[in-house]
Design a protein around this ligand. Structure first.
Ligand SMILES: [Zn+2]
Length: 540
């Protein structure tokens, strides 16, 4: 089953979300069609096949789409079809998000491009959402110039693909004045010696260089090197071996075609691509593809801020950060933003852990009035009891209010998804019976997850230790690998709030600079690969 997007959800946010651009005079994209299949209406031709379900889809969507001729406004469409304008708006937002519609309100005559190129730019343009209309993508290509050099057979084949799409040069003689003047270099065993001089020249002239490498088994598209925002070529290819054999002659068309496809994507912004931040290595016999980000090697004289000997490879941390980095604005796909409104992702806001079968411990209501006014001075200093713990947990990890469709929290959380989980280790019977507890934010109670006092290594002077963990599985469900960073960020936000509350109440806190992951995980019943400990703070 694919991702579900509900018209109601999208209609509610579309008017205030600047990244949702419902066309003013919508027109059906070239090369797509809507057809009835059983109880659903199917969209064919867009990047992904989509099914629309529900009564309006069956009865009204086909008529609405047919009336979208690029001249009628929303009000005119509503009047012509006898529909409510709000319902029309909601349906148009959904059709636009699905890649069925584009903007028909455009100035001047359509650009003169081959009809199959116009169809491609229109049909797939919804996959990035960058261009209001295919004519904007065509205009970008009209302003672009590419120099295609390196291995002669590959360069000639790629240039032949790009002729008629944008301005193509077979040499790098004159830096073009055109936007996006890009140099594409095909690296093979024979052409490799030319690359160093070209790389230096592009760096000096500030031109973007796309390296395409091919050998007997695979091709690598990338790295894309732009002195303005990417690591240098040497860092991008660190660890790579020189080609030892040539690509088979029958793969010339495949290599050139894939390279031309991604160049078209970069320049038109109408088609998705892993460039500019990732390289893609394609196995020439299986077409299996692996992606790799470019990251700076510590000490690189070209692109690193650090001095000293040049490391042979980027660090794991730098590779992770590069793998989840957002591209510069000019390369951002606005359509990716719609993931926020997919039903499965909205539902994550409402998913709370409960530790079923574990004994519950009630907490007092959080008295937020205690946070108003001036902070407690020495005379206002309070001891740690359940009311103070309840307030600290509620503000840092809890739910403030649940209203129609949205969960509100006291503390910021990436995607409005709570991934920071609070555990308490009590060492003081006056606060809580000694043991380990998890905070259930859904009903503001504790679940007892460990009995008995903590083992030796977890003993401390403070009555309570607050252990903050990161729920990786929950964040990864929406954000993939980026979820790791967000989950740690959420834990940091929660911890900041907890410290602020403690300061206001005059509670002593101290952050643990280090802790024993194995000991904590064993005691609290955590699986470190799914729920790592993000922070430990002694309280009271
Ligand atoms: Zn470098």
């Amino acid at each position: 089953m694919g991702a579900e997007l509900r018209g109601d959800t999208l209609g509610r946010v579309a008017r205030r979300d600047k990244q949702i651009a419902v066309p003013v005079r919508p027109v059906l994209r070239k090369g797509v069609r809507l057809r009835r299949s059983g109880d659903a209406v199917i969209l064919d031709g867009a990047e992904k096949r989509q099914a629309f379900t529900g009564r309006f889809a069956r009865e009204g969507l086909g008529r609405l789409a047919a009336a979208c001729d690029g001249t009628a406004t929303h009000a005119e469409l509503a009047a012509a079809l006898g529909l409510d304008e709000a319902a029309v708006y909601k349906s148009l937002a959904l059709l636009w998000a699905s890649g069925a519609l584009e903007e028909g309100d455009r100035e001047g005559p359509d650009p003169a491009v081959p009809p199959e190129l116009a169809c491609l730019l229109s049909r797939l343009g919804g996959s990035t959402g960058v261009n209001p209309s295919w004519t904007d993508a065509a205009a970008r290509l009209g302003r672009a110039a590419v120099a295609v050099v390196g291995d002669r057979a590959l360069a000639e084949a790629a240039a032949a693909c790009l002729d008629g799409v944008c301005e193509v040069a077979r040499d790098t003689g004159r830096p073009s004045d055109a936007d996006g003047a890009l140099v594409v270099f095909f690296e093979t065993r024979n052409s490799r010696p030319e690359l160093a001089a070209l790389r230096d020249r592009c760096r000096t002239e500030g031109r973007a260089l796309l390296r395409v490498r091919a050998d007997g088994a695979s091709m690598t598209l990338g790295p894309y090197v732009d002195p303005a925002f990417t690591p240098c070529l040497e860092c991008g290819v660190s660890g790579e071996e020189a080609p030892t054999d040539d690509p088979p002659p029958h793969s010339t068309g495949l290599i050139a075609g894939l390279a031309a496809h991604h160049v078209l994507a970069l320049l038109s912004r109408a088609v998705r691509t892993h460039l500019p931040l990732d390289s893609g290595t394609v196995d020439l016999s299986t077409l299996a593809t692996r992606y790799r980000p470019s990251a700076v090697r510590p000490g690189c004289p070209t692109c690193s801020f650090s001095e000293g000997p040049v490391a042979p490879a980027p660090t794991a941390g730098a590779l992770y950060e590069a793998a989840v980095a957002l591209p510069p604005r000019a390369f951002l796909d606005t359509m990716g933003h719609l993931a926020h409104f997919q039903s499965s992702n909205v539902e994550l806001q409402w998913r709370f852990r409960t530790w079923p079968g574990r004994p519950r411990v009630e907490l007092p209501e959080a008295d937020v009035a205690r946070l108003a006014g001036a902070p407690s001075g020495e005379e206002g200093r309070t001891g740690l009891g359940r009311p103070e713990l309840a307030l600290l947990l509620a503000i840092a990890f809890g739910i403030r209010e649940r209203t129609d469709g949205w969960v509100q929290r006291w503390t910021a959380a990436g995607g409005n998804i709570s991934s920071a989980t609070a555990y308490l280790i009590s060492r003081d019977e006056d606060v809580l019976p000694a043991g380990g507890y998890a905070y259930r934010e859904k009903d503001h109670t504790l679940a007892r997850v460990a009995d008995g006092g903590p083992p030796g290594g977890l003993r401390g002077k403070a009555p309570v230790a607050l252990v903050v963990t990161a729920d990786l599985a929950k964040m990864a469900a929406k954000y993939g690998t980026f979820g790791f960073r967000l989950a740690l960020g959420n834990a940091g936000c929660a911890l900041s709030s907890a410290r602020t509350v403690a300061d206001r109440l005059g509670l002593a806190v101290s952050l643990a600079p280090d802790w024993d992951d194995g000991l904590l995980s064993g005691y609290l019943g955590l699986t470190p690969s799914e729920e790592p400990v993000a922070a430990v703070m002694e309280v009271g």
